[in-house]
Design a protein around this ligand. Structure first.
Ligand code: SAM
Ligand code: DTB
Ligand code: SF4
Length: 342
């Protein structure tokens, strides 16, 4: 892990200005102290760390596709795809390979470098996995990075995905352990950590983050970041989702989170996980351009790109292209461009 600068920030607590411990262990109090920094100091520090590890004008574009929508047996309180909530999402069968490949080709043509396939499963059955393996092989052959989010994985399943060419597996911790039971009761935190261990063990890169704006406290937001930052190693990719409130789900109607607190969460993720891709994920459509611009300043360098997330809306492709151009940001190169040194 590279060293981090020790900044002198007048009037801030000592713990907030200390460099990260060499073993990257982040006590939750130190993370709270980052959240508590004056906004400009926090963003300055995040931007400085961001620049040490990344081209500050580069953003990764990842396109999502729901390959199996709705009818999920789990009770995640935020999720429109849980069968038990009346959200208007109808259960569908797994998409045919051709449909997935068509979406992947379009994503690539629009400039995406990563293609993420999501399924509303508690866990994949072995026969489902065969179909996903085929999708991964074919999407990878198009020259895209591949990512899948299929729920919990059992023994041997991560290895099968790795053999098919999967680059990333997305499995979120979602929130702090102490808030978790308020949101999900059908699987526990340890189940998630076990799946992440299987993904890591198979040599697949870990994409793991959470959702903010679910009624958690700042301490609990810090608790989520502590769980992520203290993984050894921490995830290569960290999606920070802003809750998209969907009518029919138990979390619909909550007071929305202050947008600047969302920006702080991005900055804290950047500082505590300097080399991770911090992904500005769900909720961008509701955020507006100014808040997104602050998120990029705070160190976000990946977005979901395409007019749909899984079941809810995302900014239109043209809107995103205009925003990136306005901010002077450019898309991460495709694998071919990178190979040509373009
Ligand atoms: N079923 C699999 C699972 O739960 O791991 C994969 C799909 S699931 C929809 C992927 C992630 O999307 C969830 O872990 C959650 O973090 C995020 N998500 C789902 N609904 C959301 C919402 N309404 N707002 C923000 N993020 C959401
Ligand atoms: C992640 O952390 N966020 C994405 C992706 N991983 C799979 C999903 C967001 C889903 C938002 C609600 C929906 O569109 O259904
Ligand atoms: Fe099912 Fe995943 Fe939605 Fe939870 S988040 S209800 S597991 S699709």
């Amino acid at each position: 892990m590279s060293s981090q600068p020790v900044l002198f920030v007048p009037g801030t607590k000592k713990s907030a200005i200390a460099a990260a411990p060499a073993n990257n262990a982040w006590p939750v109090e130190d993370i709270v102290a980052l959240f508590d920094l004056p906004f400009n100091d926090l963003l300055f520090r995040a931007q400085q760390i961001h620049r040490e590890h990344f081209d500050p004008s580069e953003v990764e574009l990842a396109t999502l596709l729901s390959i199996k929508t709705g009818g999920c047996p789990e009770d995640c309180g935020y999720c429109p795809q849980a069968a038990r909530y009346d959200t208007g999402v109808t259960a569908q069968k797994i998409l045919p390979l051709d449909t997935v490949l068509q979406a992947a080709r379009e994503a690539k043509a629009h400039g995406a470098t990563r293609f993420c396939m999501g399924a509303a499963w508690r866990e994949p059955k072995d026969r489902d996995l065969e179909q996903v393996e085929e999708m991964v092989r074919e999407v990878k052959a198009l020259g895209l990075e591949t990512c899948a989010t299929l729920g919990m994985l059992g023994a041997g399943q991560a290895e099968r995905l790795k053999d098919a060419g999967l680059d990333y597996y997305n499995h979120n911790l979602d929130t702090a352990p102490e808030f978790y039971e308020n949101i999900i009761t059908t699987r526990d935190y340890q189940n998630r950590i076990d799946t992440l261990g299987r993904v890591r063990g198979a040599g697949i890169k870990v994409c793991c983050g959470g959702i903010v704006g679910m009624g958690e406290s700042r301490l609990q937001r810090a608790g989520l970041i502590a769980q992520l930052a203290n993984m050894d190693p921490y995830p290569e990719s960290v999606p920070v989702n802003h809750l998209v409130q969907v009518e029919g789900t138990p979390l619909h109607g909550l007071d929305p989170l202050d947008p600047l607190e969302f920006v702080r969460t991005i900055a804290v993720a950047r500082i505590t996980m300097p080399t991770a891709r911090v992904r500005l994920s769900a909720g961008r459509r509701q955020m507006g351009e100014a808040v997104q611009a602050l998120c990029f300043l705070a160190g976000a360098n990946s977005i979901f790109y395409g007019d749909k997330l899984l079941t809810t809306g995302n900014p239109e492709v043209e809107e995103d292209q205009a925003l990136l151009a306005k901010l002077g940001l450019h898309a991460k190169h495709t694998l071919e461009q990178a190979k040509c040194g373009d």
